[in-house]
Design a protein around this ligand. Structure first.
Ligand SMILES: NCc1[nH]cc(CCC(=O)O)c1CC(=O)O
Length: 313
């Protein structure tokens, strides 16, 4: 191949990710031409409504996948976190590069950690997963909607609209962004989103020449974890807009995962762990989801989906 076209969203984070893959490709193959095709997605267009209320899955990927299917682009670089559990027929996540930090961070201009946040302090996030887990730790906090790209969110924090906000550590480091106080929200107290911190390269299933071209970027260890986490998500039939979290680690011949479903107030949290062989990553994820569903997760999800339907008018 002489040229690779990468479809990407136009946000700073998405562009950083596409550029990152582009420079790895150009470093590996001198003479290879790499071009970015910017695509505007539904998720980019609707900025004033919490995503949970927009409804539908894959708000950030549909238009990008269309560019792959009609041949305008060869590959797409995604944040794995934004990928729905099921891909459209004919497409695959051919490459999963090594993951960086998958944790969330609490950012503040005045408060060095969670315990110093005063009673009733406002925390900006539009992620139901972040909302539920922080309320589970601190039921007195007040959650306020915060949408927009990372730089918008950080600007709003600095304007003093929130006492703290929660974002992904990976986004902060990719964009080289900083805040006065940064607290890592990590397991066992706070679990990341399925796929958080990982990238995925998507392309048409029948383009084997791309398997060869891109294979050097695939990381089997990250892939095992992603398989387990996404199987967990798929079995729960969750889009990205439900309080579902999962943390999977691979070491040697073992993978270990913890997953949870939570209600919006963080009052009921159903959490299960599994471990086993990497080759069984997928079935471990499914098994963990079934355990969560049986232990009360089914009722929580049913309530959540019912109230989201009410909002879709
Ligand atoms: N929903 C937007 C989004 N998609 C991926 C990341 C962070 C990077 C990653 O998880 O790979 C972010 C920003 C955030 O959640 O704060």
């Amino acid at each position: 191949m002489k040229k690779v076209v990468i479809a990407t969203r136009g946000s700073k984070l998405a562009l950083w990710q596409a550029e990152h893959i582009s420079s790895r490709l150009r470093e590996r193959y001198s003479g290879l031409e790499v071009e970015l095709l910017k695509v505007k997605t539904t998720g980019d267009k609707i900025l004033d409504v919490p995503l949970a209320k927009v409804g539908g899955k894959g708000l950030f990927v549909k238009e990008i996948e269309e560019a792959l299917m009609d041949g305008r682009a060869d590959i797409a670089v995604h944040s794995m976190k934004d990928m729905p559990a099921e891909l459209p027929r004919g497409l695959k996540l051919g490459i999963i590069p090594e993951r960086e930090s998958r944790f969330d961070v609490l950012l503040s201009t005045s408060y060095p950690d969670i315990s110093s946040l005063p009673t009733g302090a406002t925390v900006g996030t539009s992620s139901l997963r972040r909302q539920a887990q922080i309320l589970h730790m601190r039921p007195d906090l007040e959650i306020q909607m915060l949408r927009g790209n990372l730089d918008t969110r950080l600007r709003k924090l600095k304007e003093g609209i929130y006492d703290a906000i929660i974002v992904a550590a990976a986004g902060m480091s990719r964009l080289n962004m900083h805040a006065d106080y940064v607290t890592e929200l990590s397991p066992p107290y706070f679990l990341p989103a399925v796929g958080q911190g990982a990238l995925g390269i998507e392309y048409l299933q029948d383009r084997q020449e791309l398997d060869e071209l891109l294979g050097f970027m695939d990381d089997f260890s990250t892939r095992y974890c992603i398989e387990c986490e996404r199987a967990f998500l798929a079995e729960l039939e969750g889009g990205c807009q439900v309080p579902i979290a999962c943390y999977c680690r691979h070491e040697g011949n073992n993978i270990q995962a913890t997953g949870l479903v939570c209600d919006l107030k963080g009052e009921r949290m159903i959490r299960k762990s599994v471990s086993g062989k990497p080759k069984d990553a997928r079935s471990l994820g499914v098994d963990m989801a079934r355990q969560v569903l049986e232990a009360g997760g089914r009722e929580i999800l049913a309530e959540l989906y019912a109230c989201q339907d009410d909002n879709q008018d």
